[in-house]
Structure formats: C-alpha cells, structure tokens
Design a protein around this ligand. Structure first.
Ligand code: FAD
Ligand code: MG
Length: 407
C-alpha cells in the first residue's frame, strides 16, 4: 500500500492507524489503513510513504472516525487484485481502491485533479494565500471576479441547491463558516452580535453568477463556500477519469463521500457500511448495497468542538447562525452524482425531518437514510425494495426502522 503525502509534511502531524474491516460474509479480511492529520497542511507535491506505526484509539478515535465515515466492505478477486492509494486532500483522507493492473498510471491524474480542485475552491485562509473563491470573497463589493469553468459549475450547482432548499443549503454561508472557524483548533462560541452580523451577510439571492463566467457579491463581507458540495464534485471527477481509463470496478472514498464504480469484481453489488453516528470505531448501523452509485453522509461528528459541555459542529443553520440542531444525527444520501448527494446530505441535515426527507423523496434518482439522535431510522422508498438499484439494510438492533416521518 502506498500513501501519498506532500513536501509540506513538516507542517503537519500525521498518525498512522490500521485496523481490520471484515467483509460481511466474514470470509475475507481487508486491511484498511487510514491516517489523520492534526492541523492543516497544503498538498504541493506527492511522493510515496508506507504507514508503519499503528496508533491505538483513545483520543484519536473521533478524528479517525471522521476520516473514515464509512466502513467499506470489498471482496478480493481471484483474478483482479485491488490496488489502494490514499492522500490527505479536501480536509480528509481520500482513499481510492481500483481493480486494474494499470493503477499507477490511472491514480496519479486522479489525485492531481482533486488537488487542483482543492487549490481552486478552498476557502481555508490557513491553508491558502489565494484561491479562486478567496479572490471572490475578498473582491470589493460589486466587483465581478472571473473564475474557472470548474469553480463556476460548482457555484451554479450550489446556488441551485440553495434555491431548492430555500436557503437551508446556503452557498453564501462563508461569513458564518469564517466566524466559527470550526476545525481550526482554537474555536470558541462567537458573541451573539457577531453571529447576527454574519447572518445578515448570508443570502444566496444576492449572489450573481454572470454570463461571462465571473462572480459578483454586492456587499462587503459576503462570501461563498463550497465545502458542502465540492467534495462530491471532486469524487465525480475522479470517477470520470477512472472510467475513461477503462476501470470497471473501483471505490472512491472521500471521507464521508463514497462513490463506487461498477459492481464488485464478482458481479455482486458493493456493500457500503453506514457508520454508527456515535462514531464507535468499526461499527456500522446498516449497509447500502449498490453498484455504480455514490453514498454520501453528513453528520455533526465530522468537525466539532466542545464548550461548556455543548458540542458545536460544522454544519450551520443559516437562519440562526448556530450549528444545526433539530434532533438529527446524520443523513446519508444515495444517488448517481456525488455532487448532488453531497449537497443533499447537507441540505437534508439542515432541513431536518420531515421537510428534508420529503424533499429527497420528491427528487428523482436520489434516496436517503435519516438517523435521529434517539436512534430512529427513516429510509426513502427507493432504498427499501429488492427491485431498487440500491438497498439499505439495518443491522444494528439499537436502532429502529420507522415508517415515513409525520408532519
Ligand atoms: P458537509 O455537510 O458536506 O459540509 C459541511 C461544510 O459545508 C462546512 O464545513 C461548511 O464549510 C459548509 N457549510 C456549513 N453549513 C452549510 C450550509 N447550511 N449550507 C452550505 N454549506 C454549509 N479543509 C481543510 O482543512 N483545509 C483545506 O484547505 C480544505 N480545502 C477544501 C477544499 C474543498 C474544495 C473542499 C470541498 C473541502 C475542503 N476542506 C478543507 C474541507 C472543508 O473545509 C469541510 O470540512 C468539508 O468539506 C466538510 O465536508 P463534510 O462532508 O464533512 O460536510
Ligand atoms: Mg455535503
């Protein structure tokens, strides 16, 4: 196994971790490696590294769980051997498993493409002096800022989901993201006044995506953020490159965004384990059986801090300016495009039950699993039947499968 890392590694603290993930038949053990990065690093150039020192759970458990939101179950094949590479990108571990003899030549351009997307669309001022979106956010009010086709496309989709959800998904959430700065390591709850000021600067209806491919924000302090959607776009782009290279079977794991290409090499669907929301390592509440689709989860355990016993996480309610709190513990969305599933998992999480559930039920080609803090599980109709393209199976007896949510 190889791990790609950067020349900027001295800026980061890496922890290797190794554990065994059983496939569901209990026949094969697939060695899963992941690592986490405390602090933030910029990925400039890759070279191979082998993980040699496993670290136990303890304080790293939450971070490790965040790094591997899904436990993937794959099968080994007599003929095609899996090749796994991973890198720390987009603030998470990007881990790609391909079943092909030409993995080396195919994976390099995938990681390069993801790094390029990060360098264009990151809004992290700790990690980047400049990106296209930082340029947009820093431009004087009313100025048109040109962006690349990639960035414009992601902003267009983010605006579409903002409109669709009436602002529960908010492409102009940046003033709040910047204020809370969750994940920085020195977070504290902002003052009510600061939160109110930031809320007043958040309004997707004021964002202009101009015909010439530029972007305009009309007020000083406004800004865009694509943290809730661009990981999906990057996964779609990685899959496109692999498919164009002839890959028939692969798993792209972007830390909470899973995309599978084809079926398992033996022709059966992939089994994607949906992790327990309380992030107990190597435990999952259910399994999504699927082929050629994406499975994306949003939950409060990805990035958070605790102050006075209260957990403050990174998915913000644009209406209140505070982390979204509505009784949900996580939302998993299954769909064809990862950009849609990424946007909708965040949207569903903020909208809550029943509104988020109803929205996803009404949309074509997407399905969802909503999990509440009190262990109720709501599954949209397309994931229930044996005839569907994907199916969800609840396996944890501490959770209860419910009918459609009331309201
Ligand atoms: P999701 O639910 O998919 O998204 C949550 C994120 O979306 C929040 O972190 C916030 O950014 C934003 N958000 C919060 N509330 C809302 C809302 N109501 N509507 C819309 N958006 C909302 N991390 C780093 O540490 N350094 C980097 O340089 C860096 N660059 C990145 C570049 C890109 C292109 C992307 C996609 C991510 C990057 N990240 C980086 C990670 C990023 O900061 C988020 O932590 C990550 O995208 C969250 O994804 P998620 O799946 O956990 O949660
Ligand atoms: Mg998302």
């Amino acid at each position: 196994m190889r791990l790609y890392h950067t020349l900027g590694i001295e800026k980061s603290l890496f922890r290797g971790n190794t554990w065994l993930g059983n496939d569901l038949d209990g026949k094969n053990n697939t060695l899963l490696h992941t690592f986490c990065c405390a602090g933030f690093c910029r990925w400039l150039q890759w070279r191979p590294m082998t993980i040699t020192s496993p670290v136990g759970p303890g304080p790293f458990r939450a971070v490790l769980a965040a790094a591997l939101v899904f436990l993937l179950f794959s099968c080994s094949s007599e003929t095609l051997r899996p090749r796994v590479d991973e890198a720390y990108l987009l603030g998470t571990v990007v881990r790609i498993t391909v079943y092909t003899d030409e993995a080396e030549a195919l994976l390099e351009p995938v990681f390069a493409r993801v790094a390029d997307i990060e360098a264009r669309m990151s809004t992290s001022e700790r990690d980047y002096d400049r990106t296209e979106l930082l340029d947009v956010n820093r431009a004087p009010a009313g100025t048109a800022t040109p962006v690349s086709v990639d960035t414009f496309e992601v902003l267009k989709e983010a605006l579409r989901y903002s409109e669709l959800s009436d602002g529960a998904f908010e492409v102009t959430i940046w003033p709040l993201v910047r204020l809370w700065d969750i994940g920085s390591g020195h977070e504290s709850v902002p003052s009510e006044g600061d939160i109110a000021r930031a809320v007043s600067l958040v309004d997707y209806r004021k964002l202009s995506l101009n015909d010439d491919g530029s972007v305009t924000l009309p007020e000083e302090g406004m800004g865009v953020d694509v943290g809730a959607i661009a990981k999906g776009y990057a996964a779609d782009e990685g899959a496109r490159i692999l498919r164009e290279g002839g890959v028939k079977h692969a798993i792209l794991d972007f830390g909470g965004n899973i995309l599978v290409i084809g079926s398992k090499p033996d022709g059966t669907p992939w089994r994607v384990g949906v992790q327990r929301p309380d992030a107990r390592r190597n435990e999952y509440i259910g399994i999504v059986y699927t082929s050629d689709r994406t499975v994306v989860t949003s939950g409060p355990y990805e990035r958070f801090f605790v102050e006075d016993g209260v957990r403050y996480h990174h998915i913000l309610d644009p209406a209140t300016g505070y982390p979204s709190r509505n009784g949900l513990e996580q939302v998993t969305v299954v769909g064809d495009r990862s950009i849609d599933a990424d946007a909708l998992s965040t949207t569903g999480y903020v909208m809550g039950l029943p509104a988020g559930f109803t929205l996803i039920e009404e949309l074509d080609g997407v399905e969802a699993v909503f999990v509440t803090e009190d262990h109720r599980v709501y599954v949209t109709s397309g994931l229930k039947g044996p005839d569907g393209r994907s199916r969800f199976e609840l396996v944890d007896e501490e959770f209860r499968l419910m009918g459609p949510p009331e309201g």
